[in-house]
Design a protein around this ligand. Structure first.
Ligand code: NAD
Length: 372
């Protein structure tokens, strides 16, 4: 962090300059202050596993969190170990590579492993961390198949450790408001949700373009957020899905994965949701149309700053450091030896993965796929 100017740092973590006072969202603020000394100064010691782009954001968030510490790292790149050791004052004893990682079992200074590797590696490192007796946060998508998710959940349960998926939007005020407006039916019965996320991706060497590492294209990477949004706005589980692959405009870039995909989920209440995830253009929006009005966000899912409105007016919430808030809220639960809320656990990741697999099946077969 020392290498970053304050402005660059705040921009990277999605905060405007001058917004540092709003690092915790109001709903959690009082609890956070009340608990400031509650854990006897004990923090949740996190080892980040995989030191790529998102791990950098996480580490910067953890560095400004109240209840967490970047206590260890797992990396396959010795130069990164040197750099991170200096940046976060990490002792040599807490630095692992992918081969000696299992020795973390003997390390009392690590409470939790945060897996931030390519999607196909999530299963292996979650299971190894659990067998080493460490709690796990695994990034989205939880894995690349529902069977893998099931295995991860089972191993964590057997090892007596808790498993969370890095669903940062469950701690983000604008998205929490979307969830409240939808689930409390503030604008009446919801009839339609549109949730889409996309960006232009042009590097064929990126692991996200290799199916063996990513498990799929923009659906796995970005569509998982859209499925999440639809599920938490409606508070229901989808019963069936239809889907269509988009056109391939660049055969070389998209030889292994889809370039774009659009899908529709049908819910028990009769609500319909429609989503597109794409690597061919920027899109980041969520809209819910209900009997008595609408509510929407755009940007909605990215790192912010978010903008939102309802049929009654603008939404206005503080911009938060999403990574710091997510890690603090998880830390508070784990430091009190309580159970993580179900909407961020492995079971939730599994539910999303089942939907993603059904979306692919529907697009491949051209048929409606049942989810019940
Ligand atoms: P990245 O490419 O920047 O980093 C991947 C890391 O994995 C690198 O440190 C790389 O060295 C390491 N690695 C180990 N084995 C590898 C291999 N065989 N091929 C490629 N890399 C290998 O990726 P990222 O953007 O940090 O994404 C990592 C995970 O975090 C993904 O699961 C992604 O979906 C998730 N993510 C989540 C968010 C979020 O907002 N929650 C944002 C970005 C990424």
């Amino acid at each position: 962090m020392e290498n970053l100017s304050r402005r660059t740092f705040l921009q990277k973590v999605g905060l405007g300059v001058g917004a540092t006072a709003a690092l915790t969202i109001p709903a959690f603020e009082n609890l956070a202050n009340a608990n400031a000394h509650f854990y006897g100064g004990k923090k949740l010691n996190i080892a980040l596993c995989g030191l790529g782009r998102y791990a950098t954001y996480l580490a910067e968030g953890i560095a400004v969190s109240q209840y967490c510490r970047v206590a260890g790292i797992v990396t396959g790149t010795p130069a990164k170990a040197v750099e991170w050791k200096k940046m976060y004052s990490i002792p040599d004893a807490n630095i692992y590579n992918y081969q000696n990682f299992d020795q973390i079992a003997k390390n009392k200074d690590i409470d939790l492993v945060y897996v931030v590797l390519p999607n196909a590696m999530h299963k292996e490192f979650t299971i190894r961390a659990a067998k080493a007796g460490k709690h796990v946060i695994v990034e989205k998508p939880m894995a690349i198949t529902a069977e893998d998710c099931q295995e991860m959940i089972a191993v964590c349960a057997k090892a007596g450790v808790q498993l969370a998926v890095g669903y940062r939007l469950h701690f983000e005020p604008y998205n929490l408001e979307m969830k409240r407006l939808g689930q409390e039916k503030v604008f009446g019965q919801i009839r339609l949700v549109e949730a889409s996320l996309g960006y232009k991706s042009s590097d064929p060497t990126q692991w996200r373009h290799k199916k063996a590492l990513s498990g799929g294209g923009p659906l796995m990477n970005l569509g998982v957020y859209c499925v999440q949004c639809c599920r938490y706005i409606l508070g229901e589980e989808p019963v069936s899905v239809t889907a269509q692959f988009g056109p391939v405009t660049n055969q070389q870039l998209f030889s292994e994965i889809e370039e774009s995909i659009t899908w529709q989920l049908q819910f028990p209440s009769g609500a319909l949701t429609t989503s597109t995830s794409t690597y061919n253009c920027g899109v980041d929006r969520v809209f819910a149309g209900a009997d008595d009005g609408f509510f929407e966000l755009s940007p909605a899912i990215s790192y912010g700053p978010f903008r939102g409105r309802t049929s009654k007016g603008e939404l206005n919430f503080p911009e938060i450091n999403q990574q710091a808030t997510q890690c603090d809220e998880i830390a508070k639960v784990l430091l009190e030896n309580k159970k993580l809320p179900s909407h961020i656990t492995g079971e939730e990741g599994l539910k999303d993965m089942k939907v993603l697999q059904a979306v692919y099946k529907a697009a491949e077969t051209g048929k409606r796929v049942s989810l019940s």
